[in-house]
Write a protein that binds this ligand. Structure first.
Ligand code: NAG
Ligand code: NAG
Ligand code: NAG
Ligand code: NAG
Ligand code: NAG
Ligand code: NAG
Ligand code: NAG
Length: 321
């Protein structure tokens, strides 16, 4: 075979292969659930969805090599009206897990307004930009675990996300958390905020997940496997939007913080907390919250099992009422 013929054949082969691949992605235009896992896809955009069902409800793009979502990732160009339109108006589920996404254009999700589920597990996100999820009023589950997120801008979780039931931020690099995080109003639904396995050691209000906060709080915040060492009594009340005295006692019957497996140091810093628990019926809440890690002799003891003597408290520590 001559060199020229060989090259020609090669070109034909490559072209065929390429066409086949693109066509194969949506060989059947009836399929509602598009399985694009592990196809070596690095760019998401209109061309990828050629021949696909225009009312597809799910796209699984996990295990590809996507690094960014451009504004038109889930749009196709409508030549008649000369503008981008959603690839599918019916998209409910988008799985982008196990890619290398570090950058999401603030417009990228505006073409998928009906999403209920967004999975971005195991990508390379370092921050969440204000407004990024604002176009997703129906979103119920947002999964962002296994990224490197250390910054969440204060406009990230807003009241536009009125159907959100769960935010999964496990295995990221957060260092602080809201005392009173995002909750839905009105709602009887339990809201789950999962920030296990981060580096959180304090509550701040920098993020401002909180809005329209009214009891009863039906929120569960998982803070296990973080870096809390010292409890600060001001956390209960300091950032509370209503800032009512002792409000937190009844709040905590619905608002559940889980803070086990943190390197708690049970020493005199805990005195005020223990005193207030002795005055009120906070026992259950505290034992759930704080199990000592240090000093060694108190390891694994729930804070509530300790007397103020053991903690070397100054007996004249004022009791909060
Ligand atoms: C997304 O895809 C990954 C990998 O294929 C899978 O393990 C995960 O369960 C999917 N996410 C959801 C929410 O179904
Ligand atoms: C995360 O995704 C990368 C590919 O981008 C893969 O090599 C790695 O095994 C995944 N990690 C986990 C914990 O699934
Ligand atoms: C993210 O994408 C935007 C727009 O495409 C670009 O301006 C910005 O520089 C990118 N940021 C990073 C960190 O790559
Ligand atoms: C978000 O933070 C910026 C700067 O820290 C501040 O100016 C802005 O008012 C905050 N927005 C909200 C809604 O809290
Ligand atoms: C948080 O947001 C609320 C409602 O938008 C606003 O009133 C409040 O000032 C914000 N707090 C901070 C600390 O930015
Ligand atoms: C508790 O928080 C308040 C307000 O941020 C701060 O002034 C105080 O120093 C903190 N106390 C401890 C023991 O860290
Ligand atoms: C105990 O607390 C009181 C009042 O705060 C203070 O005057 C006193 O010095 C403290 N004693 C010790 C041993 O810390």
């Amino acid at each position: 075979m001559s060199y020229r013929m060989c090259m020609l054949l090669l070109v034909v082969l490559i072209t065929c292969n390429f066409n086949e691949k693109v066509l194969a992605l949506c060989a059947d235009s009836d399929t509602l659930s598009l399985d694009f896992t592990n196809k070596g896809i690095s760019d998401v955009g209109g061309a990828l969805f050629a021949g696909c069902n225009p009312v597809a409800s799910a796209i699984d793009l996990s295990w590809n090599t996507i690094t960014a979502l451009e504004f038109n990732a889930f749009a196709i160009y409508d030549f008649n009206n000369q503008k981008y339109v959603p690839f599918s108006q019916n998209l409910r589920s988008l799985n982008l897990s196990n890619n290398r996404i570090s950058n999401i254009s603030d417009k990228a999700l505006t073409f998928s307004r009906n999403l209920l589920l967004l999975d971005l597990t195991n990508n390379s996100l370092t921050e969440l930009k204000s407004g990024i999820f604002d176009s997703l009023p129906r979103l119920e589950r947002l999964i962002l675990s296994k990224n490197r997120i250390s910054i969440i801008e204060n406009g990230t979780f807003t009241s536009n996300l009125r159907n959100l039931k769960m935010i999964d931020l496990q295995h990221n690099q957060l260092t602080s958390m809201e005392m009173w995080p995002y909750t839905i109003k009105p709602s009887s639904m339990l809201f789950i905020f999962d920030v296990r396995h981060n580096m959180i050691n304090q509550f701040t209000n920098n993020l401002n997940y909180t809005y329209d906060l009214e009891p009863p709080y039906k929120t569960m915040t998982y803070l296990d496997f973080n870096k809390f060492t010292v409890w600060n009594d001001t956390w209960f009340t300091q950032y509370h939007p209503h800032n009512r005295k002792r409000f937190y006692l009844s709040d905590l019957s619905n608002y559940i913080l889980v803070m086990s497996v943190n390197p708690w140091v049970c020493d005199y810093h805990m005195c005020q907390l223990v005193s207030s628990y002795q005055s009120f019926i906070l026992g259950d809440v505290l034992s759930r919250l704080i199990v000592c890690e240090n000093p060694q002799e108190l390891r694994q003891r729930p804070l509530t099992s300790l007397s103020t003597q053991v903690l070397h408290c100054n007996t004249s520590v004022p009791i909060i009422r």
